[in-house]
Design a protein around this ligand. Structure first.
Ligand code: HPA
Length: 278
């Protein structure tokens, strides 16, 4: 399997230092269908294969790392990720996040597409992840999922999530099309199929607001390090008992429109950022 060729973190970082002597202020990992931070000034592109030795196999994941400027700050945009459901191991799935950490990037935004379970959510909402439930970690292969189901969500609020909330409130006032940023708990499940209705029922009882198949592993990979992470879910479908979930076209349109709002949020937040003020 291709994952055998994955580079060690140190080699990937060495390569990135050859591409850029300057360490980016932000790294942004984009989930499926999330299109933001395109056409940045001073753009330089490298492929995932050049950086990590491997590239993602999921359609909609480009597998490229782009360096460019937002408000004068250097930003690395990582288009693509590796999922456990593709058969990659935990090490490979966390490789991009661990490389970002070892590269010395102080701030990491993670994004994903997720199913909304909070019944006040709408398709196209953006949800800042304030807590997560990890149902993915390999330790559950030994223990079963019961400990994960019983445990409280992990709190992942920090200066970066607070800053995104503050910037979103400002955009909400300035920009009529900008919907408020939602907040909530993200449940990470293995997939690859969407949940059964019984699983959705269970996750709702566990007070999860959104469900997806990524991000938790990356949040854990940088936890406690000098890289601070904030994650946002694009709600592409809503699990509601009395509402027909949108058709494929509707979901794609909602994701596209949500990406435009997310793009405005990230550009404003990165431009506004200063280590002293957040
Ligand atoms: N479940 C899991 N992953 C997802 C969903 C969902 O409903 N929507 C987008 N990614």
């Amino acid at each position: 399997m291709t994952q055998l060729a994955a580079r060690p973190v140190s080699q990937a970082v060495e390569f990135l230092f050859k591409v850029s002597k300057e360490i980016p202020s932000f790294a942004v990992v984009l989930g499926s269908g999330v299109k933001v931070l395109e056409d940045l000034p001073e753009q330089v592109n490298v492929s995932y294969e050049e950086v990590f030795g491997i590239s993602p196999g999921v359609v909609g994941h480009a597998g490229s790392l782009t360096l460019g400027r937002v408000g004068g700050k250097l930003v690395a945009v990582l288009r693509g990720r590796f999922h456990l459901y593709e058969g990659y191991d935990f090490e490979t799935v966390t490789l991009p996040a661990r490389v970002v950490r070892e590269w010395g990037v102080p701030n990491l935004y993670l994004t994903n597409a997720a199913g909304g379970m909070n019944e006040s959510f709408h398709v196209g909402d953006l949800m800042l992840i304030t807590g997560y439930k990890d149902h993915l970690h390999p330790r559950y292969q030994q223990t079963g999922l019961l400990p994960a189901l019983k445990s409280a969500p992990v709190d992942c609020r920090n200066k970066l999530t607070d800053h995104l909330l503050a910037v979103s409130k400002r955009l909400n006032v300035q920009d009529v099309d900008f919907r408020s940023l939602r907040t909530g708990v993200y449940a990470g499940l293995l997939g690859p199929s969407y949940e059964t209705l019984a699983e959705i029922d269970m996750l709702k009882k566990l007070k999860a607001d959104a469900v997806g198949m990524s991000t938790v592993t990356e949040l854990e990979a940088v936890r406690g390090s000098s890289t601070t992470a904030a994650a946002i879910s694009v709600v592409t479908n809503v699990w509601s008992p009395d509402e027909i979930i949108g058709g494929h076209e509707e979901v794609l349109t909602a994701a596209r429109e949500a990406s435009q709002r997310l793009d405005r949020l990230f550009r404003a937040a990165i431009a506004d950022y200063s280590p002293e003020t957040i």
